[in-house]
Design a protein around this ligand. Structure first.
Ligand code: ZN
Length: 371
């Protein structure tokens, strides 16, 4: 058993994304409903962590708000000031029209970034071996001067800069398995040779214009950005291969002191926004592999920060599987959906999926030569 830190705060559920029909604003012929990015999938994951008894095997770490100084290491003063001021009045949008937030979301976004900082700090202090920050709003689409795709602050990047400023950590690898491209971290670290960003995502999904194999980093950082833009329809085979064949070799070559994982469950078979077929067992296998890579290269130091995942009914099982993999604890709770999803023909690796993974594998090999 490992000591796994776990972060959740009720306030994460109070971030208000308004009445939408999924992603479309309500009004006219569009009947008001929840936004896909609602509290449901996160609160239900937190509920299953408790009801399964797993909570007793985890080390609960209190969430704390990031300071403005913390977020200003990443975000521009104008952007932070605007979010703060809109949040004090009646809410607003992160900047792209797809990032609605309500009154008080500034403080909740600080708590999400701060939750990821607290998880990272506990791992770096050795209080725990690894950690999962179940935070909301998510962060991986946010760029320095704007929110994007439901994300207000770049939680993972803010935690990385905290680790660099306070803990003397230099080299960090980010693995992002959210179904959408991890454009935010890629953009923030595109010219930084000490941060390796690896994003495994559905090609041309969101943002539709980024996340290609050709995006590899600038200048001295060339080679430290690796994208695995998978075609729609991938299951557990393609995803575990992408981790084993691309993320593993790239991280071993790069030798980071810390691994951050942008943990999105929207590549799941039940997600309304992704077109992939990953199951709880697929997520378990990816997390197991990432824990093992971390143990091999950086004394097990890996921090998962929650990103997307919009199936209220399935995210809890995917999340529980990841937390079991991190802690080595077995609750005995079975994936209630396994009969429905595990037998899918989507899970075997297809040649057209293998082509993309092979191309990315080559990029990981080139990184090995460079470092
Ligand atoms: Zn996503």
């Amino acid at each position: 058993m490992r000591r796994t830190g776990y972060i959740w705060h009720e306030l994460y559920a109070w971030h208000d994304t308004g009445t939408h029909a999924g992603v479309i604003p309500a009004g006219g012929p569009v009947q008001p409903y929840l936004n896909f990015e609602s509290p449901e999938s996160k609160t239900r994951m937190a509920s299953l962590v408790e009801v399964s008894g797993l909570i007793d095997d985890l080390v609960k770490i209190p969430a704390r708000p990031a300071t403005e100084e913390d977020v200003l290491r990443i975000h521009t003063p104008d952007y932070v000031a605007r979010i703060k001021s809109d949040s004090e009045k009646h809410g607003g949008d992160g900047g792209d029209g797809w990032t609605p937030f309500g009154k008080g979301s500034f403080e909740i976004a600080l708590l999400a970034a701060g939750g990821t900082i607290a998880a990272t700090e506990a791992v770096l202090n050795g209080t725990v071996d690894n950690a999962y920050a179940l935070v909301r709003p998510p962060g991986h689409h946010a760029v320095r001067d704007s929110g994007k795709g439901y994300c207000i602050f770049s939680n993972v990047s803010v935690a990385i800069e905290y680790a660099r400023a306070v803990h003397n950590i230099e080299r960090i690898a980010i693995v992002d398995y959210d179904v959408h491209h991890g454009n935010g971290a890629q953009d923030i670290y595109y010219s930084d040779p000490n941060v390796l960003t690896i994003s495994i995502h559905q090609e041309f999904l969101f943002p539709a214009d980024s996340g290609t194999l050709a995006e590899r980093g600038d200048g001295a950082a060339h080679g430290t950005c690796i994208n695995v833009p998978l075609p729609a329809g991938c299951g557990n085979g393609a995803y575990t291969d992408a981790i084993q064949r691309v993320a593993g070799p790239a991280i071993r070559a790069f030798q980071p002191q810390l691994i951050m994982v942008s943990s999105g469950f929207d590549a799941s078979a039940a997600d309304p926004l992704g077109r992939m077929a990953v199951t709880a067992s697929g997520y378990r296998d990816m997390a197991t592999e990432l824990v093992s890579i971390a143990e091999e290269v950086c004394e097990g130091r890996v921090v998962f920060s929650h990103e997307g995942g919009y199936s209220p009914v399935y995210v809890p099982f995917c999340g529980l599987a990841v937390l079991e993999a991190l802690s080595g604890s077995q609750t005995g709770v079975q994936d209630a959906f396994s009969d429905l999803f595990e037998g899918s023909p989507a899970h075997s690796l297809k040649p057209w999926q293998d082509d993309v993974i092979s191309a990315a594998e080559e990029l990981a090999q080139q990184l090995q030569l460079k470092v």
